[in-house]
Write a protein that binds this ligand. Structure first.
Ligand code: MN
Length: 457
């Protein structure tokens, strides 16, 4: 089933060019003074069980600045008196280690293929860093990731030696560079958008395959394996977050990941799953009837969520507030639920964040940034005001309605009992309006009804 589907994928984009990494580094360096040092360490490996590690995934900041994805790396940006130097400490080449754990690029590979001026083996890091820190004034480093590196930097700041007293040498402040990096990462380049589009296409096909193989009695984990299987088959890194596959009342649990139930004929299945490709995430949710045909009640809710999503996508425009899509979606949902007789309040009453009834059935936000992290970095309300959308920003649009009959806190209308529907796409803001990166994924009622179950019957 995968070989045919793969033919629909366009060729994967070229990797991000070394020059683009250089530009990113220089945009960051422009915000520093020449006696600053920037230090970014890759996260440590995590143990899965005994001597087995989880698959390693470095931090998105490391990927953004260097494209280096192996463990035990530290990136440094420092000024040597003439120009900024990009420096990477990496695992050195080591035949025995490579026989067991995989090939290493080593310092030579780092210099040849990555955007760095100097590369050194990890074991030289602490001594070299100490020397550089002795001549620095401010250190830009996110503490709390590496205890040993934190200690080394704090020692440099706290040192009270004679040299320091005589010449005023040594760093005096530690600053978190995360907000600077987040601001850079918020606006995507063309190369980044190509990667996100490819990741979106993979996820779109994966969802469609799951639709085609849906039938009464299928298990949530079957659908999950089809989707995640295609993620791997297509050549990406797999999922960008644990897949949510929930049918019936499981669809009313926002972050349900048990995924082992049997799907009944009269149930809607909700699948929230996205792939990762060279670090870049996609994030798609679709909801469809297991039978292949929406019941009247399911159709009423699906129609409403789809209208809300369309209204929200239409607001993903340059100059709009980041909150505009959310407000648009909430208004459509409130009006619709009043019309369906679910809410007995006025629209404004229903929208009230404290006393409105909309929150009973739609309790989450409509959007988050997406990029190298599925919930990407970027302050939503700088200085307390919602951010204005700019060209190059990417966000999800994902309204939903969740009628959990199991919930003791609400009285669920019987007609909609245990129907959960969310529709989520990834949207790029451009000067020409919103571009839906995940547009290949079937979404209309007609498309879904013609596809669901088609490979099983
Ligand atoms: Mn999402």
């Amino acid at each position: 089933m995968f070989a045919e589907a793969l033919k629909r994928l366009p060729p994967a984009p070229q990797p991000v060019a070394v020059n683009e990494y250089r530009e990113r580094q220089m945009r960051l360096a422009q915000q520093f003074r020449s006696d600053d040092v920037f230090i970014l360490a890759a996260p440590a490996e995590a143990v899965h069980s005994n001597d087995v590690h989880y698959r390693y995934r470095t931090s998105s900041d490391v990927l953004y600045l260097t494209g280096w994805h192996d463990p035990e790396a530290t990136y440094v940006l420092r000024h040597d008196g003439r120009s900024w130097k990009s420096i990477l400490f990496v695992q050195p080449k080591d035949t025995l280690m490579e026989i067991w754990e995989g090939r290493r690029l080593g310092c030579e590979g780092a210099l040849e293929h990555h955007p760095v001026d100097e590369a050194y083996p990890t074991h030289e890091r602490d001594q070299m860093l100490s020397d550089w820190l002795a001549g620095a004034k401010r250190v830009f480093h996110r503490s709390g990731v590496h205890a040993d590196l934190d200690r080394l930097i704090l020692d440099a700041i706290e040192r009270r030696d004679r040299k320091r007293q005589h010449f005023g040498h040594g760093p005096v402040t530690l600053e978190d560079p995360s907000p600077m990096l987040a601001e850079l990462r918020l606006r995507k380049s063309n190369a980044e958008i190509e990667h996100m589009l490819w990741s979106s296409k993979v996820a779109s096909i994966a969802h469609e395959l799951a639709m085609r193989h849906s039938h009464p009695g299928v298990r949530e984990n079957h659908l999950q394996s089809i989707i995640e299987g295609f993620f791997s088959y297509a050549g990406g890194e797999g999922w960008s977050y644990p897949s949510i596959v929930g049918c019936g009342e499981n669809a009313t649990i926002l972050h349900y990941t048990v995924n082992n139930d049997v799907c009944g004929e009269d149930e809607v299945v909700l699948i929230d799953a996205g792939s990762e490709f060279r670090g870049y995430a996609s994030d798609i949710t679709r909801s469809w009837p297991i039978s292949g045909t929406f019941s009247d009640a399911q159709r009423e809710l699906y129609d409403l969520v789809l209208k809300a999503q369309e209204a929200a996508i239409a607001r993903c425009r340059v100059g709009e507030a980041y909150t505009a899509p959310h407000e648009a979606a909430r208004r459509v949902l409130a009006e619709g639920l009043i019309q369906l007789g679910v809410i007995e309040q006025t629209v404004d009453e229903a929208l009230d964040l404290e006393t409105g009834d909309l929150r009973k059935w739609y309790m989450h936000n409509t959007s988050h940034w997406i990029g190298l992290d599925v919930h990407d970095v970027g302050v939503y309300k700088p200085n307390g005001e919602p951010r204005t959308l700019e060209s190059g920003m990417c966000l999800t649009v994902e309204p939903g309605l969740y009628f959990g009959a199991w919930r003791p806190d609400v009285t669920c209308p019987e007609r909609y009992a245990n129907i959960g529907i969310r529709i989520e796409d990834d949207v790029l803001v451009t000067d020409d309006g919103p571009v839906v990166l995940t547009a290949d994924c079937p979404k209309t009622i007609a498309e879904i009804e013609s596809i669901v179950g088609s490979e099983w019957k």
